[in-house]
Design a protein around this ligand. Structure first.
Ligand code: NAP
Length: 309
């Protein structure tokens, strides 16, 4: 039987792996479909402490995995298909195989919601991005017009952040009211560099033929009028989708699927802990996910110590 199974190998999962490994718990760490998590999909990470020149997101995750493995973490490519936490030991079905576990740390992360356009997928990392904090400062976006899509807190935050680098930021929103909190709306609309484009959706990102973003094709949803807008980057901020489907009805979560911790990183099921973006819709940074992974590992260690004393 496993002492700890960690679901996810993003910053939260691998930090939990490092700490539980160093506590001699030999964690089994499951990668899921995206080994290394969301950070592997970005380019240079410039805000992870300790790397003054920045570090490639993929490389950072490889290093985290190596560090955890050095102390005995066993990272396995695998996806959890089913989980039974109704009694001890917990039972996970991992790619058809039955695995028993005393504790589980859920660190399954969240994915960026995509608009769903073919051109959006083609130009991802070539000007289409889902994280202004990660990518906004890249030279390709500096002093250029940029587009942010969305009308929530994330979109407002991203647009405001991008004004540091862009010549102007077009905030393209499908309605004429922002969903974001009042203070964020006021701050966003007061910023002279942010130009809202109301009642409008992006219907195509231009231009896959040039292998980079040169603009967007827009449609006004009230008039059906079409137009194009030149820009060097498209920042999609239309929400996140936590990877928690598996735990629906088992682990307490809010209406958007974010797991609600009870105390610290404990969930409503004793022995099941949670860390990172699958329970955090506020901070969502690599460093906060890593911090929560550490906390979940410490909570797990203490739970096992109390259980097995
Ligand atoms: P959100 O609040 O769910 O907003 C998503 C936005 O994207 C909405 O404006 C929505 O339009 C739009 N949208 C959704 N699907 C779309 C589509 N297919 N095409 C075009 N537009 C689409 O998501 P979020 O901004 O990521 O925020 C998530 C949570 O984190 C919220 O609770 C938020 O308050 C919180 N948050 C807080 C802060 C902060 O306090 N500083 C910062 C970031 C996030 P509609 O408005 O028409 O639905």
């Amino acid at each position: 039987m496993e002492k700890v199974v960690i679901i996810g190998t993003g910053c939260a999962g691998l930090t939990a792996a490092l700490y539980t490994a160093r506590a001699n718990l030999q964690p089994l760490v499951l990668t899921g479909l995206q080994p290394g998590g969301l950070l592997t999909t970005t380019s240079i990470v410039e805000n992870y402490p300790g790397f003054p020149e920045g570090i490639d997101g993929y490389e950072l995750m490889v290093r985290m995995q190596k560090q955890a493995e050095r102390f005995g973490a066993r990272v396995q490519f695998g996806t959890v298909e089913a989980v039974d936490v109704s009694k001890q030991p917990f039972v996970l079905t991992i790619d058809g195989e039955r695995v028993e576990a005393e504790t589980i740390i859920i660190a399954s992360g969240a994915g960026h919601r995509h608009i769903g356009l073919a051109s959006e997928a083609e130009l991802e990392k070539k000007g289409v991005t889902y994280c202004a904090t990660c990518d906004g400062a890249l030279p390709m976006f500096r002093h250029k017009p940029l587009v942010v899509v969305g009308g929530g807190d994330s979109a407002c935050e991203e647009a405001t952040y991008l004004t540091r680098f862009a010549s102007e930021v077009y905030l393209v929103h499908r309605r004429d009211t922002l969903r974001a909190s009042k203070i964020m709306v006021e701050r966003t609309l007061a910023n002279p560099k942010i130009k809202p484009v109301w009642n409008t959706v992006v219907t195509e990102v231009l231009d896959p033929k040039h292998d980079k973003v040169t603009g967007v094709r827009l449609k006004n949803v009230q008039t059906n009028e079409e137009s194009t807008l030149d820009c060097a980057g498209v920042f999609v901020a239309i929400g996140h989708v936590p990877n928690t489907q598996l735990f629906k009805g088992i682990i307490d979560m809010d209406e958007n699927g974010y797991i609600i911790p009870k105390r610290g990183t404990e969930t409503n099921v004793p022995g099941v802990f949670v860390a990172g973006d699958c329970s955090d819709h506020v901070y969502r940074q690599a460093i906060t996910a890593a911090g929560l992974g550490c906390a979940a590992a410490i909570d797990t260690e203490r739970y096992l110590a109390a259980k097995n004393q």
